[in-house]
Design a protein around this ligand. Sequence first.
Ligand code: PMP
Ligand code: PLP
Length: 412
Amino acid sequence: MLTELQQRSPPSLISLAGGAPNPNTFPFQSASIQLKDGKMVTFDETAMKRALQYSASNGIPELLTWMKNLQKDLHNPPTISYSPEEGQMDMCVTTGSQEGLCKVFEMLVNPGDNVLLDAPTYSGTLAALQPLGCNLINIPSDHHGMIPAALKETLSRWDPLEVHKPGSTAPKILYTIPNGGNPTGASMTTERKKDVYELAQQYDMLIIEDDPYYFLQFEKPWAPTFLSMDVDGRIIRTDSFSKILSSGLRLGFVTGPKPLVDHVVLHIQASTMHTSTFTQLMVSQLLHSWGQKGFLQHIDGCDAACTAGLTDVAEWHTPSAGMFLWMKLKGIADTQQLIMEKALEKEVLLVPGGVFMINSSDPCPYVRAAFSLSTPEQIDEVYTTSTITTQINTRTDLLSFTFSVHRLSEDS
Ligand code: PMP
Ligand code: PLP
């Protein structure tokens, strides 16, 4: 409330309220950050004082406004209205989308609840959900993501007319990664999203759309999101700047029904207070100087097209978004031991698939490979010893990528 009052106050106001420390005592004075395109982000002394100070828990206003406009232009959600009077939807800034996800789960999930997801799934999601004592129900998926018929089959255990009755065990939330899934690389088709949304309507579930790879879709136009179909206000969407601006700056966004976003903000208030003001101001300055057009041009430069072939050692589906290949190693029942024992020795590091499974100790023949970080030198080195090649062509400095598990699987 205080921050709100302060935001509406004239600059001449002398405030004895609030618990803000005096920034004159802070050792940092100003900052200028050079961008790759030669432009600068600069904080003079006044801006720096603001950057070093506490700020609103939902995010600094100019960054929120920029993001709200982007969300509206990209997804045009049918129920979205950002005016405070009629606002059904809202957004807040989070310290990476992981913070948003974790707080959304803590808000919605009670011990014993049934929660639907398509495993293998992001290990950070499992880490956030498992301590909540819920029952994770896996909905089968393939390289186009969650299979609606399988969801329907699972949901048929419950009567849609009884989901609101006291004591009902019907699931209230469904979690999914719609594009370039971690670890599978799978992307959901528009048809599947529509079918899943319809089932969510029928059983009155919320859908948590965790979409950090939205901007890394290789094919244009980008797929319509669950948010863009949300006529009821049942989508909570988490976005992330991690894969396109910086992962270390820790910036993400939650978009969803206002009462739920408000609760996430209350939780932020009680935990981190807010995402770093410095970080938010720095990114906000960048985004305002770029405009939406400049931002989308930057995204275009992050784009990658991936072509992958099958070999006698592993099999996979070519992803259409994201950073990951999910590979089944032939003739290997469990990759955990293989990775732990052989990977470092062979100087090839992959993530054993088990960590993405609901029960991480079950044998898993898959590994996850990230194709986002290889340099041309590494590629040349790996290429000479590889039997599996995957080539990624991007318009940035990542010209191509070749990846090998040959060294790993030989004599295993
Ligand atoms: N504990 C006490 C007693 C405080 O007064 C404050 C800040 N006013 C905090 C914790 C939170 O501090 P921080 O900004 O480091 O999260
Ligand atoms: N969700 C998924 C599916 C991810 O793969 C990741 C990061 O790997 C995150 C969320 C967390 O991203 P952030 O850095 O925005 O917290």
